[in-house]
Design a protein around this ligand. Structure first.
Ligand code: RB5
Length: 143
């Protein structure tokens, strides 16, 4: 799968672990930065990930900031984006199956690496259920 990922300084360390795991699993990973611990603004790193999904260059995206929340807010302002903050594999599975989420957001300061890796795996391997959820997602896009 083609996957875009971005982080701010609060998420850069967790991003490194997620990138490594996705590449080891054979995914094509587009790393949109940031790459260091210098303070940056999370909307600037959500935007290139959103752009790759919107352009069809990536099927899914991953965003990491200190809490995952700012990145999620930034991503969800864009049409066609369904981003969710994930704290565990159950949320990851449900948001793919029910919400057809296309971006997973993680908190580098709130979620441990092993828990995030489990959630990432669930996010990348769970298909969208479709059916009754199509109607609900259409309502998200209609507003
Ligand atoms: C940066 O200090 C922090 O505010 C950011 O990483 C994120 O947690 C915002 O939601």
């Amino acid at each position: 799968m083609d996957i875009a990922i971005g982080a701010d300084h609060g998420g850069v360390e967790l991003k490194r672990a997620l990138v490594e795991a996705m590449r080891a699993a054979g995914h094509v990973v587009m790393d949109c930065g940031t790459d260091g611990t210098a303070s940056v603004d999370y909307p600037d790193f959500a935007a290139p990930v959103v752009a790759r999904i919107t352009a069809g260059q990536a099927q899914l995206g991953i965003l990491v900031c200190g809490s995952g929340i700012g990145m999620c807010m930034a991503a969800n302002r864009h049409a066609g984006i369904r981003a969710a903050v994930l704290h565990n594999a159950t949320e990851a599975r449900l948001t793919r199956a029910h919400n057809n989420a296309n971006i997973a957001c993680f908190g580098g300061r709130t979620t441990g690496v092993e828990v995030a890796l489990d959630a990432l795996h669930a996010f990348l391997t769970t298909p969208y259920d479709g059916g009754r959820h199509d109607r609900r997602i259409a309502k998200l896009d209609a507003r």
